[in-house]
Design a protein around this ligand. Structure first.
Ligand code: NAG
Ligand code: NAG
Ligand code: NAG
Length: 197
């Protein structure tokens, strides 16, 4: 029941956001939340012939993860986001690796989503995702794959990507540039602790 009302909420909320046109140029920001292309038909309910894989299953602040969209069939459009598991807001940012075929979109800040740039047959797309500067909890990548105007699969999910909780705890032998950003804070806090000891 809860699931159903949540679905209705998404459906109704999403429809308010939708505007007309078929987004052949990939400018699909009105579909940011429900990830449904406004093509006048429903999404496929069968198992998608496409999948999303991430190069890692944990992330640390600012870490880069390569995300691959591929399948056994070509697709002509896509919309990719990282989200907190079960959430609706896009998390982190994407670096566009090939601007000929993909572009960044503002779904929750600049480049928080990626879409296709033109309707050409794609078989494999890679994007680099940059984790936010602090933990956003457990994440998953979600993508809509458009095979053709009337045939598309919505919110195909990757496996979960969990936050690396040891990122700041363990003494790693490899240099972690993120620590530099936090150095002033660390010094400040350790300064305070020393004052009280
Ligand atoms: C994803 O799809 C590709 C191409 O069809 C396939 O080779 C690969 O095994 C799939 N990966 C997973 C995790 O399903
Ligand atoms: C970008 O994608 C286009 C179309 O698939 C391809 O021809 C080109 O070689 C790619 N460029 C890079 C730098 O990968
Ligand atoms: C988690 O973070 C620690 C400390 O930065 C690092 O040594 C370790 O390799 C990370 N684990 C993974 C799976 O990336």
């Amino acid at each position: 029941m809860e699931k159903l009302s949540f679905f209705l909420f998404l459906l109704i909320g999403g429809n308010f956001l939708l505007v007309v046109t078929c987004y052949q140029n990939g400018q699909v920001t009105p579909s940011c939340i429900n990830m449904i292309p406004n093509h006048g038909v429903s999404a496929q309910t069968t198992l998608a012939p496409y999948n999303i894989t991430a190069s890692k299953n944990t992330y640390s602040p600012g870490e880069k993860i390569t995300v691959t969209l591929q399948g056994s069939d070509v697709f002509e459009g896509f919309l990719l986001q990282a989200r907190t598991a079960g959430g609706t807001a896009a998390v982190g940012t994407f670096t566009i690796t090939n601007a000929t075929i993909s572009q960044g979109l503002d779904c929750n800040g600049p480049n928080s989503a990626v879409s296709h740039k033109s309707s050409t047959g794609l078989t494999n797309i890679q994007a680099t995702w940059v984790a936010p500067s602090s933990s956003a909890g457990d994440l998953e990548f979600r993508a809509t794959f458009v095979k053709s105007k009337l045939t598309f699969w919505v919110q195909v999910k990757s496996s979960q990507v969990t936050f690396n909780t040891t990122a700041f705890g363990s003494s790693s032998s490899s240099f972690n540039p993120n620590i530099m950003l936090h150095l002033p804070l660390i010094l400040f806090v350790s300064g305070i602790l020393m004052c009280y000891n």
